[in-house]
Write a protein that binds this ligand. Structure first.
Ligand code: SAH
Length: 401
């Protein structure tokens, strides 16, 4: 057996067990305390990760939660860079890799955790406003290096920490919303496919908007011409507005949040789009009522929140998805489209497709799978880290002879 002494005592190194090192070589980015040769969690720090024999596996950050170590990619030489140098290099790479993907006014995810070798950090840009989420203790303690670099590199006027996320608890961090730089703004204007939209950095959901659905909204826009559209779980009506911009004859947005629907209406006015109706309601009730009233739609979007927040909840969540999808399919007019989504990490793409199959079983029409989508290219998932690929979207079509 290799001597574990160095990994326990050396401040700059952590060694993995032989088994864990094998996983690390194959690209797995997450490790637990018993994957470390020291066999116990280490305080949050940037470290050089090695196998039992001391061979380099790149850098990693230790955590204060069950996730004892998250890898953050190769680094030249043998040492550990200081926080500033490391953060600068990773942030700069994340920004450079997005060059050309999105225009300067577009809303964009600038940093997507593991996908950018910055585990525990998410940064979304809405025009001149940056909204970040820090879900690891190491990232939290490195904000003094991260924020000034981002402000400078992206000419940001304000930076907001939307740290009201439960994941922070696992790392012993408080849930809070805080202005980190510049002045407080309630609305952050940005552009998506030419539509002028607004994120609410302090009061909106997530970081203020759902940037991950951009590809699906573009698809809806492309399909919407001449169609009656239903946007279920609409939030600020992103899908409904895209549909109207694409020539939909009408769009009904349903959400339980009155504030989100007010923003949807403001969005329609701002963009000169006619034909939007909004309804504050529980979407489960609303689909039943629409069906009883025999209302039909040529395009339905179903984008519920994550029903399975943990593995334990998967079974109930699957039932929820199945019922809702069945109801949504029943609202389709002949040859109508259903864009259906899940953002549950615990329901993978194959599973979701199976749920859709079950939802369609026994209906008096056939349902075709037309397309699969996920989050946009500004939300990179490592091939070796399927957990990063949380958003799954299917384009289904009711087929009538
Ligand atoms: N489609 C949106 C994002 C939807 S997020 C977009 O592209 O931007 C999920 C939304 O579901 C949230 O706005 C939340 O308010 C809403 N919601 C959650 N549970 C609900 C329920 N039972 N009935 C109606 N809306 C609900």
């Amino acid at each position: 057996m290799a001597e574990p002494a160095r990994s326990a005592s050396d401040d700059h190194d952590v060694r993995l067990t032989a088994r864990a090192a094998g996983f690390a070589r194959r690209g797995q980015p997450w490790f637990y305390a018993d994957d470390l040769l020291v066999g116990a969690a280490l305080p949050p720090r940037l470290l050089r990760v090695r196998d039992e024999e001391g061979r380099d596996l790149g850098l990693g950050v230790t955590g204060a939660s069950k996730l004892a170590l998250r890898l953050c990619g190769p680094w030249p030489g043998d040492g550990v860079p200081d926080r500033e140098a490391f953060c600068r290099a990773r942030l700069d790479a994340a920004i450079s890799q997005r060059a050309g993907l999105l225009g300067p006014e577009d809303g964009a995810r600038i940093v997507h955790g593991e996908g950018d070798w910055l585990p525990g950090l998410v940064v979304d840009r809405y025009g001149a406003v940056l909204v970040l989420q820090a879900t690891s203790a190491w990232v939290e303690s490195s904000l003094d290096a991260i924020v000034p670099f981002l402000v400078d590199r992206l000419a940001a006027e304000s930076v907001v920490a939307r740290n009201d996320v439960p994941a922070r608890k696992h790392e012993g961090l408080a849930e809070e919303v805080r202005l980190l730089h510049g002045k407080r703004v309630e609305a952050a204007p940005f552009v998506e496919q030419g539509l002028r939209l607004e994120a609410r950095p302090f009061t909106g959901h997530k970081t203020g908007y759902y940037l991950d659905q951009r590809p699906a909204r573009a698809l809806v826009r492309a399909l919407a011409k001449g169609r009656r559209v239903l946007d279920l779980f609409s939030y600020q009506g992103g899908f409904a507005l895209s549909a109207l911009a694409g020539g939909a004859t009408s769009a009904l947005a349903i959400d339980q949040s009155e504030a989100a629907l007010a923003a949807a209406q403001a969005g329609a006015t701002r963009n000169g789009l006619a034909g939007l109706a909004v309804r504050a309601a529980d979407a489960f009730d609303a689909v039943r009522e629409l069906r009883e009233r025999k209302e039909r739609f040529d395009l339905v979007v179903l984008d519920p929140p994550a029903f399975a927040k943990s593995r334990r909840e998967v079974e109930g969540a699957e039932r929820g998805y199945r019922d809702l999808n069945r109801q949504a399919l029943r609202l389709l007019a002949p040859n109508g489209f259903l864009v259906t989504c899940t953002c549950s990490h615990h329901v993978d793409g194959a599973r979701f497709q199976e749920i859709a199959r079950q939802a369609a079983a026994g209906l008096p029409f056939r349902v075709a799978l037309r397309q699969r989508l996920g989050a946009g290219p500004d939300h990179p998932a490592l091939l070796t880290h399927p957990e990063g690929e949380y958003l799954k979207t299917l384009l289904l079509q009711r087929l009538d002879p």
